[in-house]
Write a protein that binds this ligand. Sequence first.
Ligand SMILES: [Fe+2]
Ligand SMILES: [Fe+2]
Length: 303
Amino acid sequence: MSIKGPGLPVFDLIMSIADLVDLVSPVIENHHKQTAYIAYCIGEELGLPERELFRLYTAGSLHDMGAFSLESKLKVLDFEVLNAHQHAYTGYLLLKDFAPLTDIGRIIRYHHVPWMDGEGREWNGAAVPELSHIVHLADRIAVLIDRDAEVLQQVRGIVARISEKSGSLLMPEAVDAFRKLAEKESFWLDVVSKSLGLVTRRLVKARIYEFEGVSIYGVAEALRRIIDFRSRFTAVHSSGVAAVAGFLASFSFLDMNSINLIKVAGLLHDIGKLIVPSEVLEKTGSLSRADVLLLRKHTYYSF
Ligand SMILES: [Fe+2]
Ligand SMILES: [Fe+2]
């Protein structure tokens, strides 16, 4: 399906998804952006090429998207996280059929695999991308930051805790790169900055290799899976709305381009529901006032 219009602002799109999935709770605010930024900086310190840096940034921005419930989102903030692979695998499933992000899905799938003195280069017989280990490290650094304390006073403690796990949990080359990075005060101040999005925009030279030749409909369809698969009650909701809206529009005076855009709007109309944890979406009994208010906000965030 071809749709005329401006090019895809992929960088904005990725950042918006990262923001939405972190809006579930103030405890995890900016977690995806922080992980993405840290992963990007470690990749730069390791001298990775620009294309790999963009992949690192994208994987970091989406790495926990498979954690649907608030409970699972909070669990992955523990430094020594148990049963971590389920949300990593779900994240992979959400992306694997969308060609431009299949590769990012593979990085996400293995982002909790321990290094185990190099044995973590493989997991269940499959090769683990090196970038997964970098995202893993970035994620662990992000969860160690105490949001209520001065970050510069935490640097020594965080470096010591990460260094302890070099070789066992974390890839040593990446840890060494992080130790160098940790000497820069500006790195830490960026990570906790309220303007991290702007900082990153300046840093990431968003060459959009992965999305070349992909239609906006393809992107909307991929996002639709992320929106709908979070609850069995909504599994085909957005595709149903898109189909009905397209069908109704076909009886109007609108041209084909406009009809196709209406279908895209149908696929994306509930994207703001990413701020609602699956516990609320899946509730079978009556909703509390807080749940209702949270659900009402989804239209604002969709916009
Ligand atoms: Fe995770
Ligand atoms: Fe995480």
